[in-house]
Design a protein around this ligand. Sequence first.
Ligand SMILES: Cc1cc2nc3c(=O)[nH]c(=O)nc-3n(C[C@H](O)[C@H](O)[C@H](O)COP(=O)(O)OP(=O)(O)OC[C@H]3O[C@@H](n4cnc5c(N)ncnc54)[C@H](O)[C@@H]3O)c2cc1C
Length: 391
Amino acid sequence: MPQPEYDVVIIGAGPAGSTTARFTAAAGLRTLLVDKRQELGAPIQCSGAISRHALEDVGIVPDDEFIHEAIYGFAIYDQTGERHVHDYRSLKPDEYGSGPGRKPLGYVVDRRRFDRYLLTQAERAGADTWLKTEGRGYTPTDDGGCTVHLRRYNQDIDVRARLLVGADGLQSQVGKWAGLQTHIKITELAGCLQFIVDRVETEGLLEIVTGHEWAPGGYAWVFPKGHGYAEIGLGVIATMTDKPARWHLDKFMTQSFFRERFADCRILEVQGGGVPLAAPLRTQYADNLILVGDAARHVNPITGGGLHTAVAGGKIAAGFITGHLEDGMPLRDGALRAYQDVWLDALGDKMWKLYGIKTDIFHNMNIRERDEQLYATMADYFSPTSEFKKI
Ligand SMILES: Cc1cc2nc3c(=O)[nH]c(=O)nc-3n(C[C@H](O)[C@H](O)[C@H](O)COP(=O)(O)OP(=O)(O)OC[C@H]3O[C@@H](n4cnc5c(N)ncnc54)[C@H](O)[C@@H]3O)c2cc1C
């Protein structure tokens, strides 16, 4: 049987992979998008906060199909409960709000439904989508393309491609296949845990609690989830505490300034996962291969947010791939470095700057000063005048 042939094969149908696939397919490239899961986005390992402009920038219309709750601003707390509130309903009342002609600032999305929605969009744009299909490896071939080795429903299958995209998330193997340096330092990997709870009032704000006392190396959060539910979670760096995230979350819920607010809540779901608070990979390409999303560490190193950068990065990757393949440009010997340059110009330079700020904060061994710096940085980051507003 002849091998199926594609221009682009994308491993991983998270937000980065599905967005890349949607744009390459829409541009007329033969696109295959595969994911090893049988149910996308499950188990959920994400709080789902994403700004409205992040969706709009990649042409995703906010849809009840995947939205849990609208967000109108931020409340940033220090460890004692002092807070900065940036509520866009009062800062820019003509623009933001729930009334006619006003819009939310962002959303908390349901990752199961969001990922399925993005996959559907890729399929409608013309991509072939295969679930329960694991990427196992790839081999560059003499004609300048490559063979991608997949395992679909427990059967090995090879497909031909000109270019492979690794969008396979934090624990990416695709980069490793090409020998890229993808190792993440334990000092830069936040272990995150969150509870889905009821009986916790929220105000349409993303609430972020800083301070070593509650979340060493990271922060805690309370996000509205709609229909009376909320997400309470935190991320910690293992080298900054000898206790697991679960211990810190229990302490945050029972001993922090929010203890009375949380006193009656019931835990309905437990979710967790790792978040790289790290720099982008220094090399995000190899022969016939580029990486996008968490696989390339396209994650905001201060907030840990990776949804915006995944979808924005997917669009950037697809734009590059389309031009590069249509022009018949080489795919070997460093030629794909141009992808990384395009990404750096559009997003990466700001992410490197954020990484520098984060590193400066956490290199300070004085906990009180570090807490103050993180609180001020977070408060500034989420303010309407932040230079990083678009990440
Ligand atoms: C607890 C927690 C809370 C978070 N909250 C937020 C938040 O509120 N806002 C935000 O912006 N970010 C948040 N993040 C980060 C965000 O979830 C990630 O940055 C985002 O999911 C990255 O998208 P991605 O497409 O790069 O990777 P992923 O979403 O991880 O998708 C990768 C896909 O690749 C598939 N895959 C992996 N290996 C293979 C293989 N070999 N073959 C085939 N398929 C494969 C996986 O099944 C998966 O579907 C959170 C993370 C955690 C852990």
